[in-house]
Design a protein around this ligand. Structure first.
Ligand SMILES: Nc1ncnc2c1ncn2[C@@H]1O[C@H](COP(=O)(O)O)[C@@H](O)[C@H]1OP(=O)(O)O
Ligand SMILES: [Mg+2]
Length: 335
């Protein structure tokens, strides 16, 4: 990184996200089986979700004792007597991930998870965390992400996005870690790597015509309208098939230039996007030279608490084609 370095935040976030990725990968290896999905057994992702949040919150607390965290999970369910086996599994995974720091007790693990209870808002500084974004992708052994971002007075100033199943830069290590700092840029490095790894700058695609774009969208049609995206692509002259993947790996794909568009088209009028589902991905795309708005072309507003109350849907692009994509989305959504 060059100017305005947020070096303390960078070090803490890299440690937090890569430790969490070790946990989620271990759970995937040990608990996700071929018939996890067919049996609709969500217990592996539940263990990994809680353990990942505990590990990230412990790391943030060690580096920035007073920073609040707006996290997706809390430990209420885990404290339930009936959930003793789940609790024990979470504690064991957290203990392993933090073995070099201190022996963690069950009470500490629960208290780290509960650090994610903050409400966010327009003033002050807080982190926002999705300990496993893309739970369906995790269970399928496909894309998921650990997403962590820092918000100050409603503006995202730093983000770290760990994508364990995206290819590692230069085939070193395992997975992809994208970091972005406001005003400085976006970088990538292997997510799980022995030793010191270099941060490589990341830039969006430089295509100037939307017709040349690859676009990404959710695997789950309940998360983004796939019939409307077909019509939008047609209007823009796009012939490439949509790239479907779970989680904020879609933002990483746009930031890195493999796709120039990510569309998230509302499927239900009442649904509000959650800040932890977007903050890290948004800054990664913006600092790589791209643009992110909602489907009406308005900037996403992260100062309204836990949800994006003022926005519907998301359009992320390489910037150059943004206005054309917003116009095509408007035409299709209005028709
Ligand atoms: N109706 C919906 N519209 C948009 N996103 C949704 C909807 N329901 C759930 N989600 C969220 O989509 C995210 C995953 O999106 P993707 O398809 O890009 O992987 C999850 O965080 C999930 O939130 P939750 O975890 O609260 O269910
Ligand atoms: Mg999520």
């Amino acid at each position: 990184m060059t100017t305005h370095e947020r070096t303390a935040e960078l070090a803490a976030a890299i440690e937090a996200v890569s430790r969490a990725a070790q946990v989620t990968q271990a759970v995937q290896r040990e608990l996700v089986t071929a018939d996890t999905l067919t049996k609709k057994d969500r217990s592996p992702v539940t263990v990994a979700d809680f353990a990942s949040q505990a590990v990230v919150c412990e790391t943030l607390q060690r580096h920035f004792a007073n920073d609040p965290v707006v996290g997706e999970e809390d430990a209420a369910e885990l404290r339930d007597e009936a959930n003793e086996p789940l609790r024990a599994s979470v504690v064991e995974h957290v203990q392993r991930a933090l073995a070099d720091i201190a022996p963690a007790t069950e009470a500490q693990v629960l208290s780290w998870i509960d650090r994610g209870h903050a409400e966010g808002g327009a003033k002050g500084r807080f982190w926002t965390l999705d300990p496993i974004d893309g739970t369906k992708g995790f269970l399928r052994g496909e894309q998921y992400a650990i997403a962590l971002a820092l918000i100050e007075d409603g503006e995202i100033v730093f983000g770290a996005l760990g994508c364990p199943n995206l290819p590692s830069p230069a085939d070193e290590g395992e997975g992809l870690l994208i970091v972005a700092s406001r005003g400085d840029g976006t970088w990538m490095t292997p997510l799980i790597f022995e030793g010191e790894s270099e941060l490589q700058p990341v830039h969006v695609s430089d295509i100037a015509a939307a017709a040349d774009a690859n676009f990404c969208e959710s695997v789950e049609s309940g998360h983004s309208d796939q019939d409307q995206s077909v019509q939008i692509a047609k209007k823009l002259g796009i012939t490439a098939e949509p790239v479907r993947m779970d989680s904020q790996a879609k933002y990483a794909t746009v930031a890195g230039g493999s796709a120039a568009i990510y569309l998230r088209l509302p499927t239900r009028p009442g649904y509000r996007e959650k800040i932890w589902d977007h903050a890290a991905g948004v800054i990664a795309v913006e600092e790589a030279g791209g643009k992110v708005t909602d489907v009406a072309g308005k900037p996403l507003e992260f100062g309204h608490g836990r949800q994006l109350e003022a926005n519907r849907g998301v359009i992320a692009t390489n910037g150059r084609i943004h206005d054309a994509v917003v116009a095509a989305v408007r035409d299709v959504l209005e028709s």
